[in-house]
Ligand binder design. Structure first.
Ligand code: HEM
Length: 466
């Protein structure tokens, strides 16, 4: 059907079968990412609500503070799509937290958040775990700083260690950890390449299973599952940690609550590992990249850290005293928005956005990235300026227009871990090392934007401060 629904938001013309997928694909390729491509289309149609049809699926992208707040907080926007792509993401079934909705999502999100908190998530215990990872990172740098270090070799593993501790209690073995990280990274690459195609033309997996990335993704899903299954098995045989999420969940299964199953447990564990690891480490990689590219900025941060903390190990409480450093980290999260297109959401009822009618079941994407660069909100949005987060009295000023973790009932449940981790590790490394570019080559500051935003791979020299 190529006729648009009545009063549907503006957007490109639709063609049989493809809708406007062709236009979206070519403009995304031209601008380097789907987020940028869609934002150019919205400009072309002078609209804050962009109406699309991608193959069979109605897709609407919302822009501007008013519209994104409406979608983030409205109950009718709380659904998640149920497409082929998403089923693949959930190991073939619709489970877990990230890609479910309705009563199952509500019950399990609540359970997860509550039990993570009970075992110390967001509390001082978590801070100690992060500080212990910081010590490991500093040890690694100390042993390896005779040559350039790629932050990718340290940061994702450190985040994963903390996440794994919450999920499974014990420390994950070195080779296991490396395998898990390689798998996650290869998997997200396969998704960026194949995800769009597989979703729009799911039957293509029968014709070109290798090319479409389908067989690669299913194989990796299998391997990921096995790692978690092994941890669950150990818990059942009582040879693993007792104060962790798997233990709480297994207890719930035994108390015969029907929606608590082992498959659901496995998927929630994957949700936490997938949603938490690359996002958090990418923010840190960007933060180190910015100071590597700007020596004066790095010295200013070091001066503050050195004056306020001296040699004391950082903790989250210090963020209130390290005003410039905290402002800097907020600016990193604005300037390099890790999730520039939040969602996807599935509309649970007909809705009106900015005067346009959006039919039930439409997929909605939320352009956080554009709000973070809106010239009506930010002075010189394309300049990197930590000062924008400091008020006239020199206090930290958090903007109501920052949405790095979303908003509303689907807001990121991992934000407290992410924020503490980013702060403690960034401050702890800068306190001890000067970060310099190596061989006279300044790495690029341009991000690669797939499903999430990442820096181009770089290595740096870490020179001890004392
Ligand atoms: C800097 C790091 C992070 C960023 C930028 C980030 C960003 C986000 C955003 C924007 C959403 C909302 C999506 C929406 O509105 O539809 C989200 C959801 C989610 N995040 Fe995070 N996140 C980060 C770290 C973490 C961590 C450390 C964890 C795990 C402990 C985590 C677990 C999740 C989960 C499970 C959801 C899905 C929630 C739901 O659908 O109800 N995230 N994240």
């Amino acid at each position: 059907n190529i006729t648009k629904p009545r009063n549907y938001p503006p957007g490109p013309k639709w063609y049989p079968f493809l809708g406007c997928s062709g236009v979206v694909q070519s403009i995304s390729a031209k601008h380097g990412s789907q987020w940028k491509g869609l934002s150019e289309l919205a400009k072309e149609y002078s609209t804050q609500v962009l109406g699309l049809k991608l193959c069979g699926e109605l897709v609407v992208v919302v822009y501007g503070t008013k519209n994104i707040r409406q979608v983030f907080t409205g109950k009718e926007f709380e659904g998640r799509p149920n497409s082929f792509f998403i089923k693949l993401r959930c190991l073939g079934k619709r489970m877990g937290i990230t890609f479910t909705d309705g009563p199952l999502w509500r019950e399990h999100r609540q359970f997860t958040v509550k039990h993570l908190r009970n075992i110390g998530f967001g509390k001082t215990g978590m801070e100690r775990d992060i500080q212990s990872e910081l010590s490991n990172i500093l040890d690694y740098i100390d042993k390896n700083n005779d040559k350039p270090i790629n932050p990718k070799n340290i940061l994702p593993a450190a985040v994963m260690n903390v996440l794994w501790k919450y999920v499974a209690g014990d420390r994950i073995k070195e080779e296991r950890l490396k395998f898990l990280l390689d798998l996650l990274s290869a998997r997200s690459k396969a998704f960026s390449m194949a995800g769009g195609w597989l979703n729009q033309v799911p039957w293509c997996r029968y014709i070109v299973p290798e090319l479409s990335g389908y067989s690669l993704i299913t194989k990796m899903n299998q391997q990921l599952s096995e790692i978690i299954e092994e941890a669950i098995r150990k818990h059942k045989n009582n040879v693993s940690g007792q104060n962790d999420f798997i233990t709480s969940f297994l207890k719930e299964i035994n108390e015969t609550n029907s929606s608590f199953t082992e498959d659901q447990l496995k998927t929630i564990c994957l949700d936490l590992l997938i949603a938490g690891s690359q996002t958090t480490s990418n923010v840190l990689e960007f933060a180190f990249l910015v100071v590597l590219r700007n020596r004066a900025l790095q010295e200013k941060l070091f001066d503050e850290i050195n004056t306020v903390l001296g040699n004391k190990q950082p903790s989250w409480n210090d963020s209130y005293r390290l005003v410039y450093t905290s402002a800097f980290l907020l600016e990193v999260q604005r300037y390099y928005t890790i999730v520039p297109l939040a969602g996807p959401r599935r509309l649970l009822d007909d809705a009106v956005i900015d005067g346009y009618l959006i039919p039930k079941e439409t997929t909605i994407l939320i352009s956080v990235g554009d709000v973070h660069f809106d010239p009506e909100i930010w002075d010189d949005p394309h300049e990197f300026k930590p000062e924008r987060f400091i008020d006239e009295r020199g206090a930290l000023k958090n903007s109501e227009h920052m949405y790095p973790f979303g908003l509303g009932r689907r807001r990121c449940p991992g934000d407290s871990l992410a924020k503490s981790f980013i702060f403690i590790v960034f401050v702890g490394v800068l306190q001890k090392y000067r970060i310099e570019h190596c061989n006279g080559v300044l790495p690029s500051g341009d991000p690669i934007i797939g499903l999430i935003s990442s820096p181009r791979p770089y290595a740096a020299d870490f020179i001890p401060r004392s």
